[in-house]
Design a binder for this molecule. Structure first.
Ligand SMILES: Nc1ncnc2c1ncn2[C@@H]1O[C@H](COP(=O)(O)OP(=O)(O)O)[C@@H](O)[C@H]1O
Ligand SMILES: Cc1cn([C@H]2C[C@H](O)[C@@H](COP(=O)(O)OP(=O)(O)O)O2)c(=O)[nH]c1=O
Length: 219
C-alpha cells in the first residue's frame, strides 16, 4: 500500500497554507486519510531554517533546508505514505530552487543536494499578482529576509516560480500551475480538486488507496 505525495508551493502570501488546509479538509471530508505538513518543519532544525534567514545565507541555508527535508522525509513523509495516506506538504523542492537561487546558490548544486529527496506525485504551484501576495504576507507578518523586499522582489520571486515549474516539468515532475487571480480560497480549492482527483483515481496504487484502509470511510 502506498499513499500519494502532493506538494503545494509558490511565493509567500499567495495562499499555500490556506489552500493546503482547505484541500486537506475537502479530501478528509471525502473519506481520504490526509497528512498535512509543511517545510521548513516545526522541529528545531526546521525552525532554525524558517526564522534564521538573517543568520544563515547561501550554501549554509541551502544545506539547512535540505537537512530538514531529509529528516522530514525519513520521520514523517515516508511513514505516512507507507501507511497509505495522502501527504499534503506546504513548500518543498520548488521553494529551494527559487529562494536558494535568489540567495546566489548554483541551481545544479540545489538539484544535487536534493537528488535523493522523494519526487512528489503532484507539485501544485500557486501563482498570482505579486502586489496582492506581498501585501497579504505583510499583513500577516514577515519573518524572512526573502520576503522583505518590495513588489519588484515579489515579481522576481513569482517569475522564478514559473521558471522553476517548467524546469521541474522538464525533469519529469508532474506539475500543475494555478494562477489564483482574484479567486477566493474556496474557488482555488475547487479548481485544484480536479488535478488532485485525477491523481487519486489514477490506476495502480490509487486502487489500493480507494480500496483499502487509506480511506476513513472504508477502514
Ligand atoms: N485566495 C485568497 N483570497 C484572499 N485572501 C487569501 C487567499 N488566500 C490566502 N489569503 C489570505 O492571505 C494571507 C496569506 O495566506 P497564506 O495561506 O498564509 O499564504 P502563504 O502560505 O502562501 O504564505 C492569509 O491572511 C490568508 O487568509
Ligand atoms: C522550504 C524552504 C524554506 N526556506 C526558508 C526561507 C523562507 O523564507 C522560509 C519559509 O518560511 P515560511 O514561514 O514557510 O514562509 P511563508 O509562510 O511566508 O510562505 O524558510 C528556504 O530558504 N528554502 C526552502 O526550500
Amino acid at each position: 500500500m502506498s499513499g500519494r505525495f502532493i506538494v503545494v508551493d509558490g511565493p509567500s502570501g499567495v495562499g499555500k497554507t490556506t489552500i493546503t488546509a482547505l484541500l486537506a479538509d475537502s479530501l478528509a471530508a471525502e473519506g481520504w486519510l490526509v497528512h498535512p505538513t509543511k517545510e521548513p518543519t516545526r522541529t528545531r532544525l526546521g525552525q532554525t531554517a524558517r526564522y534564521g534567514t538573517d543568520d544563515y545565507h547561501g550554501l549554509t541555508l541551502a544545506c539547512l533546508v535540505a537537512a530538514d527535508r531529509y529528516q522530514h522525509l525519513e520521520t514523517e513523509i515516508r511513514p505516512a505514505l507507507a501507511a497509505g495516506q495522502i501527504v499534503l506538504c506546504d513548500r518543498y523542492l520548488a521553494t529551494s530552487l527559487v529562494l536558494q537561487r535568489l540567495d546566489g546558490v548554483d541551481p545544479t548544486f540545489i538539484w544535487d543536494l536534493n537528488s535523493l529527496a522523494d519526487r512528489p506525485d503532484l507539485t501544485i504551484v500557486l501563482t498570482g499578482d505579486p502586489n496582492r501576495s506581498r501585501s497579504r504576507a505583510a499583513a500577516r507578518g514577515i519573518h524572512s529576509r526573502f520576503h522583505r523586499g518590495g513588489v519588484d522582489a515579489g515579481r522576481r520571486e513569482m517569475e522564478l516560480y514559473v521558471e522553476v515549474s517548467a524546469e521541474l516539468s522538464e525533469a519529469g515532475f508532474s506539475v500543475h500551475v494555478h494562477d489564483v487571480g482574484t479567486q477566493s480560497p474556496g474557488e482555488v480549492v475547487a479548481a485544484l480538486l480536479d488535478p488532485v482527483r485525477a491523481l487519486l483515481g489514477h490506476g495502480g496504487d490509487a486502487q489500493a488507496l480507494t480500496g483499502s484502509d487509506a480511506r476513513i470511510s472504508e477502514s
